[in-house]
Design a protein around this ligand. Structure first.
Ligand SMILES: NC(=O)c1ccc[n+]([C@@H]2O[C@H](COP(=O)([O-])OP(=O)(O)OC[C@H]3O[C@@H](n4cnc5c(N)ncnc54)[C@H](O)[C@@H]3O)[C@@H](O)[C@H]2O)c1
Length: 274
């Protein structure tokens, strides 16, 4: 097993890639702290994961033998994340890995000048400042113990542009920058920081993920049309599954990647190779 006895915190764990990471981490022997919001979040124009979905993720993990703590928290609320960090230490004594996965795909669907201030800010606040706040809440324990792994879920939108997604693209490029800078900050303390850049991921119904549907909605096309666009964009002609991202996240979280820090790993069916 890759994560025996480790405590792994995952944000955005109610559904999608976050749920896939949680289930895989449980299979690999981890105990889990699963964090998400409850459906609504201010200024986000679509329904997010909810507490029932978070409990479903927790149950799937418990079936694999994991001890699980669930907490509702918006990654825009530093105080709440610090409470979750304190609860984590009370329950498990330490934090071995943080997978900062919570993110939003909209507002989008217009040229850069078409975003309002509020629309622009919410993308940066959740997608970029969220992972920074999670570092602020969870890194101190890792630094104190001289060990830990932080995995920031960015996107291929952190490497290249996507038309009509300026806020999302800017936020994910920011996550890549945050990852590299934080890796240097914490290298002397034995804490690693890496980014994952998933490419076109299909919304696996078992994981209840919504991101590709959200992207299709923002562009005013159907889910099937969006999948067709995605398929055309990847050399392998196969979309990425949330489980594929989870496999990479678990490797980065665990000791097999102990000499890997400050790097950016694509899981994108070859999208970014072109
Ligand atoms: N699906 C893709 O094609 C794709 C591609 C590249 C990167 N990503 C990234 O992967 C991550 C997960 O995406 P997904 O496809 O599973 O999407 P999703 O919408 O299915 O799941 C995202 C989860 O994050 C949670 N979340 C959103 N805002 C939050 C907040 N403020 N506080 C706490 N939780 C919050 C949601 O409630 C939801 O459960 C995101 O960061 C996304 O940008 C996704």
């Amino acid at each position: 097993m890759r994560l025996p006895g480790k405590t792994v915190v995952i944000t955005g764990a109610a559904r999608g890639i976050g749920r896939a990471c949680a289930v895989r981490a449980a299979e690999e022997g981890a105990d889990l702290v699963l964090v998400d919001v409850d459906g609504e979040a201010a200024d986000v124009p679509y329904r997010l994961g909810n507490s029932a979905q978070l409990e479903t993720t927790a149950e799937l993990c418990r079936k694999n033998g994991a001890s699980v703590l669930t907490r509702l928290a918006d990654v825009r609320d530093l105080g709440r994340l610090q409470e979750v960090a304190a609860d984590t230490l009370d329950r498990f004594g330490q934090v071995d890995a943080l997978i900062s996965n919570a993110g939003i795909g909209a507002p989008a669907g217009k040229a850069a000048d078409g975003f309002t201030e509020v629309e622009w800010q919410v993308l940066l606040d959740v997608n970029l400042s969220g992972p920074w706040r999670a570092i602020k809440a969870f890194a101190p324990d890792m630094v104190r113990r001289g060990s830990g792994s932080i995995v920031n879920v960015a996107s291929t939108a952190g490497l290249v542009g996507y038309r009509h997604f300026a806020g999302y693209v800017a936020s994910k490029h920011g996550v890549v920058g945050l990852t590299k800078a934080a890796a240097l900050d914490y290298a002397p303390s034995g804490v690693r920081v890496n980014a994952l850049c998933p490419g076109p991921v299909r919304d696996d119904p078992e994981m209840e993920g919504q991101m590709t549907a959200v992207v299709a909605d923002a562009l005013g096309i159907t889910y099937a049309e969006q999948e067709a666009v995605y398929l055309e964009s990847v050399p392998t002609n196969v979309l990425v599954d949330p489980a594929d991202v989870a496999g990479a996240a678990v490797w980065l979280a665990g000791d097999d990647s102990r000499r890997v820090t400050g790097t950016v790993i694509t899981v994108d069916s070859g999208f970014a190779a072109k």
